[in-house]
Design a protein around this ligand. Structure first.
Ligand code: PLP
Length: 404
């Protein structure tokens, strides 16, 4: 008889945002008269900017003509987009990345979940705690589990690196040596960042112990401070130990359009094998390329008009972030984030658990946020609010929270 993949049974109940959405729907069903404001899932609300819409229209037109119609895209991505990424995200920042080290995909969620496939099942994985849940869950699905600890509800092959107020929400090098290290800065959910000097320490450490860093730069566009790196390749030696993930979701509003990319320098080798070749093989076998129309939309992100329009869009969300941050501070909350990231991380009042505060806020302010404990054990007693709402809803949500 067919058997299921038992590693899937080792996952926690359901994906965090499914639980949040379910609770919200139940609340609305019980209270249809209430206007609930969602500051929970990190989904954007502002429309695609004109430069992107124009590029998409043009590409749709090309698809209507036999002479310019395109079928399957190259599975590693069209050259026009890989070149635009290379020029703007790397060369312009003094980072040495070639266009053929960039793999275009349908977003950073799939890449961050799939990248573990090219590593051995025996690898030990280190993650920031709290962090985007996909890294841990996909490694559990792949069987990187070990022994389960009932008290902390964690697996021994996953090393949690607490990012707490005492260390400014930045991870410390763990006692146990990991093989894979997931870093995400600006961080989801804490909104914290690390300096270039701090990131350099991670690169030096990875090179020393032979680990690979998977660096998720999904929120790079929100960096406002000088000393915060936009790419891990700003650090010396990163070409031999770091893979970088990017998304077009947060900088350009592509959450529904879907586009991202992963960089694997040809210099990273594990036991003499180039990771670049393995990922190219995996991509070529399991993926048939991001759609032409969407890749043209991605190219428009780097046009002069696109860049100017997107700068305004990022500023729009960051105005929300400042409003939430200051509003919560005024209301007496202990808060961080919101300066280099669209997330505000707050300590729950009166030592409430994250889920107790979720219920309290939903019930009394009709505002939905995300419980910090869903992002890892160190997220307990914390709560995340996003700045991706529109101004009107954000202002109203903060007014309600302040009134509590
Ligand atoms: N990486 C991080 C850290 C995220 O927070 C998210 C989405 O919230 C993603 C990746 C997913 O990005 P994409 O929409 O490109 O799949």
């Amino acid at each position: 008889m067919v058997k299921v993949n038992e590693d899937y049974l080792k996952l926690r109940g359901s994906y965090l945002f499914s639980t949040v959405g379910k609770k919200e729907r139940e609340f609305l069903a019980a209270h249809p008269d209430r206007r609930v404001i969602k500051l929970s899932i990190g989904d954007v609300t502002q429309p695609l900017v004109p430069a992107i819409i124009e590029a998409m229209h043009k590409a749709v037109g090309e698809m209507a003509d036999e002479k310019t119609f395109r079928g399957y895209a190259p599975d590693l991505g069209y050259e026009f987009l890989r070149n635009a990424v290379m020029e703007n995200d790397y060369k312009a920042r003094g980072c040495e990345i070639a266009a053929d080290e960039i793999f275009i995909s349908d977003g950073a969620k799939s890449d961050s979940g799939n990248i573990q496939e090219i590593f051995s099942k025996d690898c030990k994985v280190a993650v920031c705690d709290p962090v985007y849940p996909v890294y841990v869950d996909t490694n559990i699905m792949a069987g990187r589990t070990g022994v389960f600890d009932e008290t902390t509800e964690t697996w021994s092959n996953v090393i949690y690196m607490p990012c707490i107020a005492e260390n400014n929400f930045a991870p410390m090098i763990p006692k146990e040596t990991p093989d894979l290290i997931y870093l995400c800065f600006p961080n989801n959910p804490t909104g914290s960042t690390i300096t270039k000097a701090q990131l350099q320490e991670w690169v030096d450490y990875a090179n020393k112990v032979g680990a690979v860093i998977i660096y998720d730069a999904a929120y790079e566009a929100y960096i406002s401070e000088e000393d915060v790196p936009h790419s891990i390749y700003e650090c010396e030696g990163a070409r031999t130990c770091a893979i970088e993930l990017h998304s077009f979701s947060k900088n350009a509003g592509f959450t529904g359009v879907r586009l991202g990319y992963t960089v694997i320098p040809k210099d990273i080798k594990c036991g003499g094998v180039m990771l670049h070749s393995l990922w190219a093989r995996r991509h070529g076998t399991k993926y048939n390329g991001a759609p032409y129309i969407i890749q043209r939309a991605g190219e428009a992100v780097y046009s002069l008009e696109g860049q100017a329009q997107l700068k305004k869009q990022v500023a729009y969300y960051m105005e929300n972030a400042a409003y939430i941050l200051n509003g919560l501070k005024d209301a007496g909350y202990s808060v961080s984030g919101g300066v280099n990231a669209p997330y505000i991380w707050l300590r729950t009042p009166n030592d409430m658990t994250s889920w107790q505060f979720f219920d309290y806020l939903l019930e009394n302010a009709n505002v939905v946020g995300t419980p910090g404990s869903g992002f890892g054990p160190s997220g307990e007693h914390y709560f995340r609010l996003t700045a991706f709402g529109n101004h009107e809803n954000t202002l109203e949500a903060i007014r309600r929270i302040k009134e509590l």
